[in-house]
Design a protein around this ligand. Structure first.
Ligand SMILES: CC(C)(COP(=O)(O)OP(=O)(O)OC[C@H]1O[C@@H](n2cnc3c(N)ncnc32)[C@H](O)[C@@H]1OP(=O)(O)O)[C@@H](O)C(=O)NCCC(=O)NCCS
Length: 363
C-alpha cells in the first residue's frame, strides 16, 4: 500500500474513475463537473490518495477557501469526496487520509477545516464538531411578489459577470473569480433563476440543485431583498411544490421578511468544523475586538484549557468543541449566564463569528 500522497497528473484519470465508480455510479456526468474547482488538475496537490497495486483505494480532497467577513478574513480548508473502496474499509485508511489533509491545511495556514457529512461520530473522533449556523426556510406557498416590475427568468444562459457582481456584494463570501463563477454555472442538475430590472440590470439570482446534491434547495443567491422575495415567489409557482432556501443567520433582513410569508423556518448547523491554527485564529479575533474598541479581550490557550472573556471576567473552557461553539455558534451568550452583562455586550459585538460557506464552495 502506498500513501497518503497526492496523485501524479498521469494518475488523474484513475482517481476520477475511482470517485465516479464509488460516489456517482448512477450519474451520467463526472463528479469533477460538480466540484470544478476542487476536483480539478489545478488542485491535484491538495488531493490525497492511497493506492494498492496501482489501484486507488481511498481518497479525500482539500479545497482551501479565503472567506471574507466584516470582522475577520478566514482561511478555511474544506474537505470532501472522502471515500474508501468497500474491500478496504475499517482499516483506518480514511482516518489517515483526512489527518493528512488536515496537516496539509494547517501547513497552508488554514484557520479551520470544514466538511459536510452525516457521519458525526466518525468525524468527532478526528476533532470535528457540528458548529456554525444555517437557516433553512421552506417556501410552502406562493405569495404576492413585492416587486411586480421585475422580469423573471429561468433561462440558464446568464452572464457569469452579472452573477459575480451581485455575489461580490455579500458581506460574507469566498474570494472567487468570474471564471470560477462560469464553471459553477455549468454544474449539472442546476437551475438558475434571475430577476431583471427595467434597465436590464440583474436585481437578484437564485441557484437550485448541484449535481446529486441540493435538489429543491436554493444554496446560492444574491441581490436585493425585494428582488429575492419576488424571485422566490416565482420559483414556488414554477416548481408547483415547496422550495427551500438556505440562508446565513446574519442575513437578518431577508429572514425577517421571509418569516412574514407562508414559510417553515428551521435553524441548523453550518457544517462540521475543526480549529486548526488556534494562535492565528485567536490573533485575528483579538484584532477584530480591538477594532471595535474592545482592548481587554482575552483568548488564550494554556495546556488543554482556553481562557476567554474580557479582563477580570473570564471563563475557562475545556476541550476544543466548546471553543468551536463559542466562536462559531450556535450559542446564546446571555443565556449561558457565564459572563457579566457588560462582558456579554462586548463579546456579542463579534461573536458568534459570521462564518458562511455558499453552496458552490461546499465539497
Ligand atoms: C466513511 C468511509 C469514508 C470510512 O472509510 P474507512 O477507510 O473505512 O475509514 P476508517 O477505517 O478510517 O474508519 C472507519 C471505522 O473503522 C474504524 N477503524 C479505524 N482504524 C481501524 C483499524 N486500524 N482497524 C479497525 N478499525 C479501524 C474507525 O474507528 C471507524 O469506526 P466507525 O465506523 O465506528 O466510525 C467509508 O465507509 C466510505 O467510503 N463510505 C462511503 C462514502 C462515504 O460515505 N463517505 C463519507 C462522506 S463524508
Amino acid at each position: 500500500m502506498e500513501g497518503p500522497r497526492s496523485p501524479a497528473e498521469s494518475e488523474w484519470p484513475s482517481v476520477l474513475k475511482f470517485l465516479n465508480q464509488s460516489l456517482r455510479s448512477n450519474a451520467d456526468w463526472s463528479i469533477s463537473a460538480e466540484y470544478p474547482t476542487a476536483l480539478s488538475t489545478t488542485n491535484l496537490h491538495n488531493m490525497r490518495i492511497i493506492t494498492d497495486q496501482e489501484q486507488v483505494i481511498s481518497h479525500a480532497v482539500l479545497k482551501p477557501l479565503i472567506i471574507k467577513s466584516p470582522h475577520v478574513i478566514f482561511k478555511v480548508g474544506a474537505i470532501g469526496s472522502v471515500v474508501t473502496n468497500e474491500m478496504h474499509r475499517n482499516q483506518g485508511l480514511s482516518t489517515k487520509i483526512i489527518e493528512d489533509c488536515l496537516s496539509q491545511a494547517t501547513k497552508q495556514q488554514c484557520d479551520i477545516a470544514i466538511l459536510w457529512t452525516d457521519l458525526y461520530d466518525f468525524y468527532r473522533r478526528l476533532g470535528f464538531e457540528l458548529a456554525g449556523s444555517e437557516v433553512s426556510v421552506v417556501v410552502e406557498e406562493e405569495f404576492q411578489a413585492p416587486d411586480p416590475t421585475l422580469k423573471l427568468s429561468k433561462d440558464p444562459k446568464v452572464a457569469a459577470q452579472a452573477i459575480h457582481r451581485l455575489y461580490s456584494t455579500h458581506t460574507v463570501n469566498s474570494v472567487r473569480t468570474v471564471e470560477e463563477t462560469r464553471k459553477f454555472l455549468s454544474i449539472p442538475q442546476t437551475q438558475i433563476y434571475t430577476a431583471w430590472d427595467s434597465s436590464g440590470q440583474l436585481a437578484a439570482y437564485a441557484v437550485e440543485g448541484k449535481g446529486v446534491d441540493l435538489g429543491g434547495y436554493i444554496h446560492e443567491w444574491g441581490g436585493s431583498v425585494s428582488g429575492l422575495l419576488t424571485l422566490l415567489s416565482f420559483i414556488r409557482r414554477e416548481k408547483q411544490k415547496p422550495v427551500t432556501i438556505i440562508i446565513p443567520l446574519h442575513a437578518k433582513n431577508l429572514i425577517e421578511r421571509l418569516r412574514e410569508k407562508p414559510v417553515t423556518y428551521n435553524q441548523g448547523y453550518l457544517g462540521m468544523i475543526k480549529i486548526l491554527n488556534f494562535d492565528q485564529l485567536a490573533a485575528k479575533i483579538k484584532r477584530a475586538f480591538r477594532a471595535e474598541g474592545i482592548a481587554d479581550i482575552v483568548l488564550e490557550k494554556q495546556g488543554d484549557k482556553y481562557f476567554f472573556g474580557c479582563n477580570g471576567d473570564l471563563a475557562v473552557l475545556e476541550g476544543d468543541s466548546n471553543l468551536t461553539h463559542l466562536l462559531f455558534g450556535p450559542i446564546d451568550l446571555p443565556a449561558l449566564e457565564v459572563f457579566k452583562p457588560e462582558t456579554v455586550e462586548k463579546l456579542t459585538k463579534i461573536l458568534p463569528l459570521n462564518l458562511w460557506v455558499w453552496g458552490w464552495d461546499s465539497i
